[in-house]
Design a protein around this ligand. Structure first.
Ligand SMILES: Cc1ncc(C[n+]2csc(CCOP(=O)(O)OP(=O)(O)O)c2C)c(N)n1
Length: 328
C-alpha cells in the first residue's frame, strides 16, 4: 500500500531530523580531533559511523512499527534510532560518553538502547540478528502481534549468523523482517569483492522466505515493501528478507580518507541525495513548499537541545568503570 500524505510528511520530517542530527554530531565529533582519527580527543570519544544517505531505509520501515515492535540495528544506528523514536537526549548523552546516557556513557554511539521503544544496536557485525529472532519468537508465543526488525549492512550477509538466523526464523515462522541496507561497501571492501551473487535478496530462497529487493534508495518503495513484509509477519506468515539499495554519503567512519572510492562516486551519490529528491517529489505531488520549510525549521531546532543536554551532562567518575563488569 502506498504511503498517504501524512505518512509521507512524517517520513520526510524524520529524514530531515536524522540528517540534521548527523551534521550536528559530525561537527561536535571533529572538535579538537587532530588528526581526525584521534579517537581519544574532543567531546565525543571513540569511533563514529554516520548514516547520512541511508535515511530511506530507516523511515520506510519504521513508519509501520509500533513501540512494542523490536528493532536491532548496527554500528551505524542513528537514523534507525531516530525513526524508531528513541529518546534523543539520552541517546546523545550516550554518544558523548556521559552519565545521562542509557548505559551511563559506557556504550557510546554503537551501543544505544531504549527499552521504551524496544530498540538496541551493536558494534558487532550481524550481532542483532539472533536477538531479533528471539524477540519475534517471544512475540509469537505471547500472541502480542508484535514483530521484530533486524537491520544489517550488506557486509553482514556473509556472516554465519545471517544464515543461522534466517534458517531458524523460517523454521519457527517467526514474525521478523531482516533488512539489509546495501550501501555497496563493507568498510573499504566492495560488495563485488566479497559476495558471490549480486542480489542478497536471492539468498532468501535458501530458507523458503520471500526476498525482496528495493532499488535506488527510494523512500516510498521501501515503505511499500516493508509494509507488505510487516503485514505478512503480523498475520503469522513468517519472515521476509528485504534488501534495500542505499548509499552512504560519508566515509565508513569519521576520519576515513575513502581512498577506495572510485573517482566521481561520491559526487554522483550526492547528486542523488534522497532528501532533496523526496522534497521535490512532495512538491510535485502538490505539497506547499512553505509547509516543507516549516518542517525543516522545526527539525533543525529539535536536534539542538539534545546536543546541548549531552554537553552539559556529567562524565562518569573513573572508579565507576568497574561497577558494571564481572570481577572474580
Ligand atoms: C563480527 C565483526 N567482524 C568485524 C567487525 C569490524 N567491522 C566493523 S564495521 C565492518 C563492515 C560492515 O559493513 P556492512 O555490514 O556492510 O555495514 P556498513 O558499515 O556498510 O554500514 C566491519 C568488518 C565487527 N565490528 N564485527
Amino acid at each position: 500500500m502506498s504511503p498517504n500524505i501524512d505518512t509521507r510528511l512524517w517520513m520526510y520530517a524524520n529524514m530531515v531530523k536524522s540528517r540534521r542530527y548527523e551534521e550536528a554530531i559530525k561537527l561536535a565529533y571533529i572538535e579538537g580531533k587532530q588528526p581526525l582519527f584521534n579517537m581519544a580527543k574532543g567531546p565525543i570519544p571513540g569511533e563514529m559511523h554516520l548514516s547520512s544517505g541511508q535515511e530511506p531505509c530507516a523511515v520506510g520501515v519504521c513508519a509501520h512499527l509500533r513501540a512494542d515492535d523490536t528493532v536491532t540495528a548496527t554500528h551505524r544506528p542513528h537514523h534507525i534510532a531516530i525513526a524508531k523514536g528513541v529518546d534523543l537526549k539520552a541517546m546523545t548523552a550516550e554518544i558523548f560518553g556521559k552519565t545521562d546516557g542509557p548505559s551511563g556513557g559506557r556504550g557510546g554511539h554503537m551501543h544505544l538502547f531504549d527499552p521504551k521503544v524496544n530498540f538496541c544496536c551493536s558494534g558487532i557485525v550481524a550481532q542483532g540478528m539472533g536477538p531479533a529472532v528471539g524477540a519475534a519468537l517471544a512475540a509469537k508465543m505471547r500472541g502480542s502481534g508484535a514483530v521484530a526488525v533486524s537491520f544489517i549492512g550488506e557486509g553482514a550477509a556473509n556472516q554465519g549468523a545471517f544464515h543461522e538466523t534466517l534458517n531458524l526464523a523460517a523454521v519457527w515462522k517467526a514474525p521478523v523482517i531482516f533488512v539489509i541496507e546495501d550501501n555497496a561497501w563493507g568498510i573499504s571492501v566492495s560488495k563485488r569483492a566479497s559476495t558471490a551473487i549480486p542480489r542478497n535478496a536471492d539468498r532468501a530462497a535458501s530458507y523458503g522466505m520471500p526476498g525482496v529487493f528495493v532499488a535506488d534508495n527510494d523512500v516510498d518503495a521501501v515503505y511499500v515493501a516493508a509494509g507488505d513484509a510487516i503485514r505478512r509477519a503480523r498475520a503469522g506468515r513468517g519472515p521476509t528478507l528485504l534488501e534495500i539499495e542505499t548509499w552512504r554519503l560519508e566515509g565508513h567512519f569519521m576520519g576515513d580518507a575513502e581512498g577506495y572510492r572510485p573517482k566521481g562516486e561520491l559526487t554522483s551519490l550526492q547528486l542523488r541525495d534522497p532528501i532533496p529528491r523526496y522534497r521535490q517529489l512532495l512538491c510535485d505531488a502538490g505539497v506547499e513548499p512553505a509547509r516543507l520549510h516549516d518542517i525543516e525549521a522545526r527539525e533543525r531546532r529539535v536536534v539542538t537541545e539534545p546536543v546541548e543536554f549531552a554537553r552539559h551532562s556529567s562524565s562518569p567518575s573513573p572508579h565507576s568503570a568497574f561497577e558494571t563488569v564481572f570481577v572474580k
